[in-house]
Design a protein around this ligand. Structure first.
Ligand code: PPS
Length: 320
């Protein structure tokens, strides 16, 4: 594998793989935006596959809980809910001093400046271990299903997902440069962004759910509409009983405004993100796409969406 195989691990440009989609041509604040290339049919950068052998061979435990999403679908929100459900009942240092990405490791992440997700996951001392991934179903390490782990998938409507991803790529200085919105939305529709096609991701996991019942498929829009109802469903899937008082506390903690000011979940300590460009807890809304899509872009998107989703029974709401 070419990723970081030499000592200058950030200098990927001199050893780019054959199937480059976007080059590492932008430099800002001394950071190189990563090369986007084809990896088993999915656009990826080194930052998500540098530890691929360990990721693929990851040994899940039967009580692990995996949260799987296409990027920007509400991963952090549901991760924090799960974390509070399992570990938030008593006041602890965890709440005040352990960032969410250390409590809920991001399995495949391998940024050179921080511990790899797979190592964090292997070293987690909690029971259960709650682990996050953005991998499409075909790249999921086998052991999660072999061990019959519970998996929580969160999907978000494609339009709001695209907007959120665009701002994430703008502010995360090592992601491929998103360019302007009009070129970005075209690449998003074509699946030429990290983790590839939104359509393939949401449908791939949806199909998996039909064969593997231990997937709880949630929707970001449902969470915004009625977080309490979704928390109840989550508890029922996980087989957890929590008192009304405990749930009330969780629901308060996971409100957008609360999370936005909570430094343990708002990524303010993460580095690599320029909060002057955008914030991680940006808007937290359904329908923000309307402030980005032109009428023409929306028409093109809708046509494309119809074609891509024609065989799918999945229904997303772009408004609530
Ligand atoms: S990541 O980087 O892929 O893990 O991002 P992810 O956590 O999946 O998604 C980030 C978006 O989720 C929004 N978010 C929330 N919305 C409503 N309520 C709560 N509590 C909440 N927590 C996170 C976050 O604001 C990002 O969406 P946008 O549209 O960019 O605001």
């Amino acid at each position: 594998m070419f990723c970081w195989s030499k000592s200058k691990r950030n200098s990927v440009a001199e050893e780019e793989p054959a199937a480059v989609i976007m080059s590492a041509d932008t430099k800002k604040d001394g950071l190189t935006r990563a090369v986007l290339f084809d990896f088993h049919g999915v656009p990826m950068t080194c930052n998500y596959i540098a530890k691929w052998d360990q990721v693929q061979n990851f040994q899940a435990k039967p009580d692990d809980i995996l949260i799987a999403t296409y990027p920007k679908a509400g991963t952090t929100w549901v991760s924090y809910m799960l974390d509070l459900l399992y570990f938030g009942q008593e006041p602890s240092d965890r709440e005040t001093s352990v960032p969410i990405y250390d409590r809920v490791p991001f399995l495949e992440i391998a940024f050179k400046s921080m511990p790899a997700g797979v190592d964090l996951a292997n070293n987690l001392k909690t029971t259960p271990r709650i682990i996050k991934t953005h991998l499409p179903i075909q790249l999921l390490p086998k052991s999660f299903c072999e061990q019959n782990c519970k998996i929580v998938y969160v999907g978000r409507n494609a339009k709001d997902n695209a907007v959120s991803y665009f701002h994430m790529d703008r502010m995360t200085l090592i992601q491929p440069d998103p360019g302007d919105w009009s070129s970005y939305i075209q690449r998003y529709m074509d699946g030429q962004v990290i983790y590839g096609s939104w359509y393939d991701h949401v449908n791939g996991w949806w199909k998996k759910k039909q064969a593997y019942p231990n997937i709880h498929y949630m929707f970001y829009e449902d969470l915004v509409e009625d977080t309490g109802r979704e928390l109840d469903k989550l508890c029922s899937f996980l087989g957890l009983t929590r008192s009304a008082e405990q749930k009330k506390k969780i629901l308060l903690g996971v409100q957008f405004d609360q999370m936005k000011k909570n430094n343990m979940v708002n990524y303010s300590k993460f580095g690599l993100m320029d909060f002057n460009v955008s914030t991680f807890m940006r808007k937290g809304k359904v329908g923000d796409w309307k402030t980005h899509f032109t009428v023409a872009q929306n028409e093109v998107f809708d046509e494309h969406y119809k074609t891509k989703m024609k065989d799918s029974t999945l229904q997303f709401r772009t408004d609530i």
